[in-house]
Every structure is written in C-alpha cells, then in structure tokens.
Write a protein that binds this ligand. Structure first.
Ligand code: TRP
Ligand code: SF4
Length: 329
C-alpha cells in the first residue's frame, strides 16, 4: 500500500541555525520518523531566484550546505526523498500551465506578497517571477499529489493559494489533484542572541555548525531578562530567551530548578547560561557527528541528492502525463 505523501521545501539560505531547526526542520524529521508518510523534501532554488536573481553565485553552494545540515539533524535518505527543485524540470512545466489558470487578483491580494515587497524594498522585486512565487510553490506541492505540507504560519497563505489553484485545475480539466492540507507544528518561541528573531541577516544566530568555544561564547552573550540588572535581582524565566532554550535542551527537573533559582536570585545569568551551553552542546552532539561524516563525504551528499532527483522525477513524470492528457496539450 502506498502511503500518503508529505512535501515541503526551503529556499537555499546556506547553513541553518537553531531557529530553522526548531521552527521547521525538527517537524520534518518527526514526520519522517513517524513512518506514516512518504516524505519529499526539496531545495527551492528556483524560488531563491525570485528575490536574488541578481546574485546567483552562492545558490549552489548554499544548497549543498543546507542539505548537509538536513542530513545532520536526521533527515534520512532511506526514509525521505531529498532533492533539488531545479533538477526536476517538470516543476517548470506545471508552473507554466498553472500560471495560465491563476487569476492575477489571487496573486495581488496575497498578504505574503505585500509584506515581502516591503521587507525586501532594497531589492528590485517588481518582477513577474516574484508575483508568481506562489504559483511555482503550488506546482511543487501538487506535482507530488501531496496530502500534507508541513510549514510555518508565514506560509499559510501560500498553501491556501495552492488549494485554490488545485481546485481550479480540477474544475477546468479533470479531477487529478488532491487538495493539500497545511500541517502546522507547535513551534517553541526561540529568539536570536540579541532578542530579535533569529536570522542570518541579523548576525544573531546559533548555527548547527557552531560548537566548542564558539558555541559557548555565543550562548554567554545571549540576552536574558532585560529587567534583571544585578545578580541579586530576581529574574523572570518566562520572558528570558535563555530559559526558552533550557526548556528544549534541559531535563524537566533542571528546568524547574532553574526557574525557581532564577525567581529567587539564587542563580545568576552567567552560571545559568554556562549550564545551558553544556546542555545545547550535548543536545547537538549527534548532529555534529553526522555533520562531520557528511562534510568529509560530500560525494555521498551529492549521490543522495542525485538519487532523490531520480525518485522525485518518477512521480513528476507520471503527474505530467496526466496533466498533458487532461489539458489536451
Ligand atoms: N516558500 C517556502 C519558504 O520560503 C519554500 C517553498 C517553496 C515551499 N516551495 C514549497 C514550502 C512547497 C512548502 C511547499 O519557506
Ligand atoms: Fe534567564 Fe537564567 Fe538569567 Fe533567569 S537566570 S534570567 S532564566 S539566564
């Protein structure tokens, strides 16, 4: 019996950080390990072009770096299909066909589109490709007849548009596509070292590649409860970013102990973050082990991606046969 399919993608941003891990990747790994689904995870390199078309030098290197990090956190090519979008040309063909049936108004009212235009005002993204971003995403998703799409809340409008586009195709031509469900995971609220959203561009990230002194140094610089000026002031773990990390990386007895000690000023932030650094280092040990392996065997990583392309292409070819038949093209 074939399992239901899961599909998700990430733009190649290079090395991943703990925000990426706990915001998305960990969910991908959990879904993979549940054994309930056939999982397809891909590098959305064409999507990277929509905003970075002027500067494409790093896209390939970033894709490889990102897949190394995927493998290091436990995405497993024996369980999931890992591939690069631009290697499966069918995505482009389906994108073209879907672009014909997608009303412009659906794209123009997409909230992510408006937000991104403001956010990326330094880049010239008044392009056809940028407006069509969600159409390409719809093609990615329905190509594999995905049942579920694990995404963050920011991607919900895109999945909603995908559902509308799939319905429209089914209505105009033939019922080929199941309507995909967004799969939202509970994500812990983790911020960057400076208390802003963890982001590569803010230089406030803990990377999956950070270890040893770099890791310890970064954690010691993490913002804590801003009202706790002196060690003798009682602290508020519920507003402290370091505590949010303890919540993930420390055992529950220690979490309770630290929470009490913080409120009674029995522990200082320096000591608290030292303990956190050890917990995070321990928690990342197996990730670092796999990372060492794959960084020393980049040929393996490329083979994994080639194999993923083969496996994804098989399905994409079948879907496109049906699409051509349905559209009589
Ligand atoms: N837009 C997604 C992001 O920025 C990446 C993406 C591209 C994607 N195609 C997808 C995610 C298909 C899920 C399904 O993160
Ligand atoms: Fe945060 Fe720990 Fe300092 Fe409390 S003691 S404010 S939990 S870093």
């Amino acid at each position: 019996m074939e399992k239901k399919r899961i599909l998700s993608g990430m733009r190649p941003t290079g090395r991943l950080h703990l925000g990426n891990l706990h915001g998305a990747l960990a969910n991908w790994v959990d879904i993979q390990n549940s054994g309930t689904y056939d999982c397809f995870y891909f590098v959305a390199d064409w999507h990277a072009l929509t905003s970075d078309y002027k500067d494409t030098d790093l896209i390939k290197a970033y894709s490889l770096d990102m897949v190394v990090d995927w493998l290091s956190v436990g995405l497993d090519p024996a369980k999931s299909v890992l591939f690069v979008q631009s290697e499966v040309k069918e995505h482009a063909e389906l994108y073209l066909i879907l672009s014909m049936i997608t009303p412009l108004s659906w794209l123009e009212r997409n909230p992510t589109y408006k937000e991104m235009q403001e956010e990326l005002s330094n880049k010239d993204i008044g392009t056809f490709g940028f407006l069509g971003y969600p159409v390409l995403q719809a093609a990615d998703i329905i190509m594999y007849k995905a049942y579920g799409v694990p995404v963050g809340v920011d991607q919900l409008p895109h999945v909603e548009l995908t559902r509308e586009i799939a319905r429209r195709f089914n209505f105009l031509y033939k019922e080929i596509f199941p309507i995909p469900e967004p799969l939202l995971a509970e994500v812990p609220k983790l911020l960057g070292l400076d208390g802003r959203k963890m982001s590569k561009s803010y230089d406030n990230s803990i990377y999956l590649r950070d270890r040893g002194d770099v890791l310890r140094q970064k954690i010691s610089s993490m913002f804590t409860d801003p009202q706790r000026m002196r060690k003798t002031d009682p602290g508020r773990p519920e507003v402290c970013n370091a505590f949010a990390f303890h919540n993930i990386y420390s055992p529950s007895s220690e979490i309770d102990e630290i929470s009490d000690a913080c409120r009674t000023a029995a522990i200082g932030c320096v000591e608290c973050k030292k303990r956190l650094a050890e917990r995070i280092a321990d928690g990342m040990a197996s990730t670092h082990e796999r990372q060492d392996y794959y960084l020393n065997h980049l040929g393996d990583v490329k083979d994994i991606m080639d194999d993923g392309v083969q496996r994804a292409s098989k399905i994409a070819r079948l879907t496109m046969e049906q699409v051509r038949e349905a559209t009589k093209i």
